[in-house]
Ligand binder design. Structure first.
Ligand SMILES: Nc1ncnc2c1ncn2[C@@H]1O[C@H](COP(=O)(O)OP(=O)(O)OP(=O)(O)O)[C@@H](O)[C@H]1O
Ligand SMILES: [Mg+2]
Length: 324
């Protein structure tokens, strides 16, 4: 079952590890010895781990090549989520310890507690059975996240910050734009989007990029931890679930695992006070799939990097859409 590892591998085309210069403000925020244990660069961000007098630290920053509007806005969004919203939520996360950003230069960094020594990642699950169990953990974690943010004032009130509000008219407008450059599946999703959105029953905070590399499991057991909030956005309920199934599983896996993942997700939503009929959730998931297909099509038009996996993601989303 290689599927969920593929995107991680794509992200791990590491440049030679260069110990980054400490970003401004870090030294002052963490006085005393700071020892870099490890440093690497991923697709968008750079990372480093430090031993410090304040405990283990995990730095995520924008290397020079990534000091561009898009990566900057992703990191700024993650900072905003971790600073303003995560502390309200029962979803375990790596607490934000320090952050800085500069919209003029597109530099930004954040420091969270480094969980490397106390957690395991997806790679630790060695059998298909273990990985399927871990996938159920992921949908339970999503359900907790979604039930908590469901129609909450931070994302729905007129006073909510613009960053966290859902704008269906904009989604429809963007869908119509991308349909002009896209194939039949995307055009179909764009055409159906207004009706699909009208049939949804509310909004929640979607993680926006859910996959196996976004969860850390505490070594001694205990609730898994959700990380990487750079694509967090308010959206209809089905967006994350449809993303996991349509973009991160292949068709055979989706057929085999879909029913148990769906049942587990719905049961966990209900356990946290959000009860949906199977039929209502089918609407939510279809709307979520349409939004994923459309956003992947937008990404595919933007990207020039053939290796990045966006083309394959688009094919998967389109096939899932057409499979009904
Ligand atoms: N607080 C943390 N403690 C330990 N490990 C972490 C922590 N945060 C992130 N990681 C590890 O670093 C990896 C990359 O972090 P993250 O998911 O936040 O970045 P990303 O945007 O996916 O980066 P890229 O796409 O460049 O890989 C994670 O998959 C996880 O293994
Ligand atoms: Mg990630």
């Amino acid at each position: 079952m290689d599927w969920l590892n593929r995107w991680r591998e794509a992200q791990n085309l590491e440049a030679p590890a260069v110990v980054p210069r400490l970003p401004p403000g870090v030294r002052a925020a963490f006085p005393g010895a700071l020892r870099c244990l490890e440093a690497w660069t991923g697709e968008g961000a750079g990372f480093a781990r430090y031993a410090s007098a304040h405990g283990p630290l995990f730095l995520k920053y924008l290397p020079a090549a990534a000091q561009q509007p898009r990566p900057y806005h992703r990191l700024a969004r993650e900072i905003a989520y971790l600073r303003d919203l995560a502390p309200l939520s029962p979803v375990p996360h790596a607490p934000l310890l320090h952050a800085a950003q500069d919209s003029a230069t597109h530099r930004a960094h954040l420091i969270t507690a480094d969980l490397t020594d106390s957690t395991l990642g997806w790679g630790a699950f060695a059998s298909d059975e273990a990985r399927e169990g871990a996938l159920l953990d992921i949908v339970r974690l999503l359900a907790l996240h979604h039930a908590f943010w469901w129609n909450r004032p931070e994302v729905t009130a007129p006073t909510a910050q613009a960053e966290w509000t859902w704008n269906p008219a904009r989604a429809v407008r963007q869908a119509q734009e991308i349909a002009r450059f896209s194939g039949a599946a995307v055009q179909d999703a764009a055409r159906q989007l207004p009706e699909l959105l009208a049939a949804t029953s509310g909004v929640t905070l979607a993680h926006g990029d859910i996959h196996s590399g976004q969860v850390l499991w505490p070594e001694g057991g205990g609730p898994p931890i959700l990380i990487d909030y750079g694509q967090t956005q308010t959206a209809p309920l089905g967006v994350d679930f449809a993303h996991l199934l349509a973009l991160r599983l292949n068709a055979a896996e989706r057929l085999r695992l879909g029913p148990s993942l769906r049942a587990t997700y719905l049961a966990e939503l209900a356990r946290h006070g959000l009860t949906l009929s199977t039929q209502q959730f089918a609407h939510e998931e279809r709307a979520g799939l349409a939004l994923n297909l459309l956003s992947t099509a937008r990404q595919a038009v933007r990207t020039t990097d053939r290796e990045s996996g966006v083309g394959e993601a688009l094919e998967r989303a389109a096939a899932a859409w057409q499979a009904g």
